[in-house]
Unconditional design. Structure first.
Length: 109
């Protein structure tokens, strides 16, 4: 039902193509993808039934495992700036070309 509503809304904007994701493995003829996500409000998600507390844990453990720190998840990392774009673009292109036969060709824009 949610996908139908999203389809209806984007069709009103004259958009006729979309990509949807779902939990689980869904092989295609071209590629497969894995996604990871972090719950921002674990308690609320458990309360409304969208998420569940793991069998071997508690709600407080779930909340703690998804908690963000002030410095972020990886110490030593920083936000990318406009000055970083040329080097990041070059690194990304090299990585994609080396590891994937089919990939998006990014530019600095």
């Amino acid at each position: 039902m949610l996908i139908q509503e999203i389809h209806r809304r984007v069709a009103c904007l004259d958009v006729w193509g979309a990509i949807y994701t779902a939990d689980g493995d869904h092989p295609t003829s071209i590629a497969t993808a894995n996604t990871w996500h972090r719950q921002l409000n674990s308690k609320k998600l458990v309360d409304v039934g969208f998420a569940a507390v793991p069998c071997d844990g508690s709600l407080s453990q779930l909340i703690q495992s998804n908690k963000l720190t002030k410095e972020g998840l990886l110490p030593g990392f920083r936000l990318m700036t406009k000055d970083d774009v040329p080097q990041v673009t070059q690194l990304l292109k090299a990585h994609l070309t080396e590891h994937y036969k089919l990939h998006i060709n990014y530019d600095e824009e």
